[in-house]
Design a protein around this ligand. Structure first.
Ligand SMILES: Cc1cc2nc3c(=O)[nH]c(=O)nc-3n(C[C@H](O)[C@H](O)[C@H](O)COP(=O)(O)OP(=O)(O)OC[C@H]3O[C@@H](n4cnc5c(N)ncnc54)[C@H](O)[C@@H]3O)c2cc1C
Length: 447
């Protein structure tokens, strides 16, 4: 191998950082391979613990790992991918701090850009609902919950107090259920400990799920059991129900019922970004990238795709693999292996296949529900297994320590209810730092 091969990874989430780690090891000290990663966030986000940020149980920095810490020999670009030209093998990226557009060349591309929240074209829901996808989302929810508590504590109008204390989460999957479990815990604990004049009887927690039972991935028995746990913890679980409209202080359901609520959280679906769905290659109806069994994008031998933005069919079931961190991590190993084989001129590629050993979710403090190796586990034991497993999977010892410390503090002390409010941001238009990439305008001029 003489010519330098450029590998470009798009996205710094579960797929991106795991491919990065594996190929850095495979091509360790190899001067003929140049690895770069582009991400619009300069950190990796450990999403399974994001609902715990929304409840203030852990801090945002506990579950974010700066991508530069993971780049042993790779270059990192803190920029948004704006266009992928698979013919010219170019990716244009928009630098985060000044909006400058650059072009990056590649020989091999790995697309792992994740997903966006899907509002199913409902503009009102998009306008009025919080989402739970990013650190900013989780912090916004947390500040909003505290804001609602502070306001409810200051009103003597019982109807208004009830509206302020009404919280609705839409989505019966892992993200929605875990978020409901977390905010229910925070609000009820806080009212008991710090806002006695609000009155627990004025709190209303609603979980809206479109399927017959919540957590369909765990099957009907555990899904129904999880619903019962939440009901016992004071949550109204409305199944076979969809939210169809929303306003500043209500959510409307498809059965005509209107729930007055000041806080609506939408965790009911995902779709892919137009950058992915408009790529010039074969897509599924959802816009996801169609890949073959080696995770190569159809008709593009030098492009791999994985994670939430790709549709990968399980050869054993004929069904698409679910969009989970677990799948992204396992797909990363296949992509890294096949990239290595292709670059080293080996003809045998690895087929992707994965059988999940289990799934689990937390429902609040000391309660979780899991199915492991086919066996159902519930309650405190499931909660301990959840914590041990997810703490173990969290990258870096430093972050494991931080999360373990936050968890311990939560068992010993009352929850922090500091309301910090909005953060001012500054957009720098005049700064021009010399980039080591070519600007897109200059790039095409040279061609
Ligand atoms: C609240 C919540 C809880 C979850 N809990 C679990 C769980 O318990 N277990 C589980 O298995 N899964 C869980 N998931 C799902 C899991 O997070 C996803 O399936 C997983 O993150 C997908 O990995 P990915 O690499 O495809 O995408 P992501 O991890 O989302 O990464 C996408 C990356 O691309 C970057 N990006 C996106 N667009 C651009 C662009 N235009 N330019 C540059 N960069 C871009 C993003 O910044 C990010 O770094 C949860 C998800 C959420 C939201």
């Amino acid at each position: 191998m003489s010519q330098i091969k450029k590998i470009l990874i798009l996205g710094g989430g579960f797929g991106g950082i795991n491919v990065l780690e594996l190929i850095q090891n495979k091509f360790k000290n190899n001067p003929n391979v140049q690895i770069s990663l582009v991400s619009q966030d300069n950190y990796f986000l450990y999403t399974p613990m994001l609902p715990q940020v929304s409840s203030g149980l852990i801090h945002p920095n506990d579950i974010t790992i700066p991508i530069r810490k993971l780049c042993k020999q790779a270059k990192f670009y803190h920029a948004a991918v704006s266009y992928v030209d698979m013919k010219q093998k170019l990716v244009t990226v928009t630098r985060e701090f000044d909006g400058k557009v650059n072009a990056l060349e590649y020989d091999y591309l790995v697309i792992t850009l994740g997903s966006n929240t899907n509002f199913f074209d409902n503009e009102n829901i998009e306008k009025y609902a919080f989402t739970i996808k990013t650190v900013e989302d989780a912090l916004s929810i947390n500040f909003n919950l505290i804001n609602m508590l502070e306001n409810a504590a200051q009103t003597s109008d019982v109807d208004f107090k009830k509206e302020l204390m009404s919280f609705t989460v839409v989505g019966g999957g892992f993200a929605g259920v875990e978020t409901m479990g977390e905010i229910n815990q925070l609000v009820r604990d806080s009212v008991k400990n710090f806002y006695p004049n609000i009155g627990e009887e004025n709190i209303s927690m609603n979980l809206i799920a479109s399927k017959e039972f919540i957590l369909p991935e765990l099957g009907p028995k555990l899904g129904k059991m999880a619903g019962e746990y939440l009901k016992n913890a004071g949550v109204n679980v409305l199944t076979n129900t969809k939210a169809i409209d929303a306003g500043e202080d209500f959510v409307k359901l498809d059965n005509g019922k209107i729930i007055p609520c000041m806080t609506l959280i939408w965790a009911a679906g995902i779709d892919v970004d137009p950058i992915v769905s408009e790529l010039n290659c074969i897509h599924k109806k959802s816009g996801k990238l169609k890949v073959d069994k080696y995770l190569k994008v159809f008709e593009h031998d030098d492009v791999f795709a994985l994670g939430d933005c790709a549709l990968i069919t399980n050869p054993l079931t004929g069904q698409a693999y679910p969009t989970t961190a677990q799948n992204s991590i396992h797909q990363s190993a296949t992509v890294a292996n096949n990239l290595f084989s292709v670059i080293m001129g080996k003809s045998k590629l690895k087929e992707y296949s994965f059988k999940s050993k289990g799934m689990m979710t937390t429902l609040g403090r000391k309660v979780a529900i899991a199915v492991l190796f086919g066996y159902p586990i519930t309650g405190l034991l499931a909660w301990l297994i959840w914590r041990t497993y997810y703490l173990f999977r969290l990258p870096t010892i430093e972050k494991k320590y931080q999360v373990a410390t936050s968890w311990t503090a939560d068992l010993l002390f009352k929850r922090d209810l500091t309301f910090i409010g909005l953060i001012k941001s500054k957009y720098l238009t005049k700064v021009d730092i010399k980039s080591n990439t070519t600007s897109i305008k200059d790039f095409f001029k040279d061609k």
